[in-house]
Design a binder for this molecule. Structure first.
Ligand code: SAT
Ligand code: MN
Length: 587
């Protein structure tokens, strides 16, 4: 094994503090993974499911207090608050180290410390970055083995350098009062304690690939975004790639794996999934923006996933998958969840481990129950997912859950206007975080994930656009969630979102027309292909594409307040965008 004084020194410090009985290095071999899986099964930590339904797949039930990200307890720790701004929780970094070390002290006594070397991004890519996570949770080890590329090969890549993120993780009784997710961007360090939930504990994911990486990206001239990436292959074989940012639990995984409606398939269209949650972008030699997926697996919301809503996700969870907090169908040793599209089992255990029937009126699966599945399981995974350069991006799409005001789709006038649109996007609350307001502004879907000041982050987006010039992707906004006066969703969503995606692709290829509105360009009448689309009238569609000036006056107020909240770092170019929009709306 490679010797590295930085790794040795850090692990020595960790052992002294955590005092584990035993240290186990995760080498990335199938043999070791099978042994750890067996161990977890024997200990009753995970439960093996019916092999005929889910091959080598397991059910895990979390501590009932530990089911989502905890934004109130997530901190960026720096010297001064200026670096993190008003949208992040801040702790002075020396004080944070002292507090965390007090919690960590001796917490692995009598147990094993696992050491997981992992890489975010393909081995072949220069853009990829390495980390090492220590943890005492075998569930976290097995989940990391799905979500990231792990093992000895990563240590070889790190070589003798200090170029790795130090990821501390421990579960010391899972006490919610002592739960902290802390990031030290200046020190390439993450410290997480007392949660095993994905976004809090699989530190390659939100903590590294977004919070630390966004900070590195700003300093190094690239971008880490909460975005899916997909490619639409046209009948002539050309593939156009787009990326899209939606807040957690707003359908990124469904959109990334979208199954086009039949008539598109018949014509020869295909969609390829590159990433369902996070994309890293850098400018390529051709001057365009290129994306890689830093992850190696999916950590998707389970409820609502069915063959109808996301066939590819259903196929992705068929093997080597860990389900967390879903219903156990005891007779069939199967799993079930609300929205699976089949009747619930008679003999069932709910996500908290209690006997459960539908008639009880409670949810059987937790609304934020999840599946962790290897990316290679996905039937429409892109052949570029392991490539060194990634894929060139033609469009970036923002979106959220908005029952009012926001049109089905609109296009920014140019890059700065697109950055403005992203900077003020908002969404209604979901179950992905436990402490959300009803509707919140969530810039670029990065509110919980940006590792530094939000105004500086907007500035970085503007700078990237300047660098890209006329090669910059076009920017769009979508909203699948507008409701009618009776509170019903108007747009059918899921597969049918392909129709909106095609308008976006056609705009990128300069073959679709648009008309100008105060908020951006929208499709002209007949611009969205409705061939074969049922249950939606032309009137509905017109309504979905209208800009309601009255409602947008409210948006202007919300945006003004939000920019005030971010403070002085909001770039002047964006306050100018706001003024211009205000004029267009107020007339
Ligand atoms: O919990 S995760 O952060 O991994 C999923 C999400 O909330 O986006
Ligand atoms: Mn996410």
């Amino acid at each position: 094994m490679v010797t590295n004084k930085f790794i040795d020194g850090w692990l020595h410090e960790a052992k002294e503090l955590l005092q584990p009985d035993k240290v186990v290095f995760i080498d990335g071999s199938d043999k070791q993974r099978a042994e750890l899986t067996k161990f977890a099964e024997d200990e009753g930590i995970i439960h093996k499911l019916n092999e005929n339904m889910y091959e080598n797949s397991y059910l895990y039930r979390s501590n009932p207090t530990d089911v989502a990200r905890v934004e109130q307890r997530t901190f960026i720790c720096t010297r001064t608050k200026r670096e993190v701004g008003n949208t992040n929780n801040w702790l002075e970094k020396d004080k944070a180290y002292i507090m965390l070390k007090d919690i960590y002290r001796g917490c692995m006594k009598g147990r094993t410390m696992y050491v997981i070397p992992f890489i975010m991004g393909p081995y072949a890519s220069d853009s990829s970055k390495c980390g090492i996570q220590i943890t005492d949770s075998v569930y976290v080890v097995l989940s990391m083995c799905i979500m990231t590329r792990v093992g000895d090969k990563v240590l070889e890549r790190i070589g003798g350098t200090n170029d790795f993120v130090r990821c501390w993780h421990a579960v010391d009784g899972c006490d919610p009062e002592k739960r902290y997710i802390c990031h030290f961007p200046e020190d390439n360090t993450i410290m997480s304690v007392n949660s095993e939930y994905g976004g809090n504990a699989l530190l390659g994911k939100k903590s590294f690939a977004l919070r630390i990486a966004s900070y590195l990206g700003k300093n190094e001239g690239w971008m880490a975004e909460h975005m899916l990436t997909l490619g639409v292959q046209k009948p002539d074989g050309e593939i156009i790639y787009v990326s899209a940012a939606f807040p957690s639990a707003c359908g990124k995984t469904n959109f990334a794996m979208i199954e086009p409606p039949k008539q598109y398939l018949d014509k020869g269209y295909k969609v390829w999934c590159v990433s369902d949650d996070i994309s890293w972008f850098k400018t390529g030699e051709d001057g365009r923006l290129w994306a890689i997926n830093p992850e190696n697996g999916f950590f998707g919301v389970v409820p609502g996933t069915s063959d109808k809503t996301n066939k590819n996700a259903m196929a992705s969870m068929k093997r080597n998958t860990i389900f967390t907090n879903v219903v156990h169908d005891v007779d069939n040793n199967d799993v079930w969840w609300e929205g699976k599209g089949v009747e619930p089992p008679e003999n069932a255990i709910d996500w908290q481990g209690n006997k459960w029937t539908k008639g009880m009126g409670t949810k059987g699966a937790h609304p934020n129950s999840r599946f962790a599945a290897p990316i290679e399981n996905c039937p429409n995974i892109s052949s570029e997912v392991n490539s060194a350069n990634g894929v060139p991006i033609s469009a970036m799409i923002f979106g959220g859950r908005r029952s009012e005001a926001v049109p089905l789709v609109y296009e920014a006038f140019d890059w700065p206007h697109g950055v403005f649109i992203g900077s003020v996007m908002a969404s209604e609350a979901t179950a992905a975080a436990s402490d959300q307001a009803k509707i919140r502004t969530d810039p670029m879907a990065m509110l919980p994930f940006c590792g530094y000041d939000m105004g500086d982050y907007f500035g970085h987006w503007l700078n990237m656009g300047e660098r890209l010039g006329d090669k910059a992707p076009k920017i769009f906004n979508v909203n699948w969630f507008r409701k009618d006066s009776e509170g019903r969703f108007i747009w059918p969503g899921y597969s049918e979102n392909m129709r909106v995606l095609m308008w976006i692709i056609d705009r990128c290829c300069k073959v679709a027309q648009a008309k100008e509105t105060p908020v951006g360009y929208v499709p002209i009448q007949g611009g969205i292909d409705t061939d074969g689309l049922e249950g939606i009238s032309e009137e509905d569609l017109n309504y979905l594409l209208t800009v309601d000036r009255e409602a947008w006056k409210g948006e202007v107020t919300r945006i003004e307040e939000y920019y005030k909240f971010i403070g002085e770092t909001v770039p002047e170019k964006l306050t100018m965008q706001l003024e211009q929009m205000k004029k267009r709306i107020l007339g």
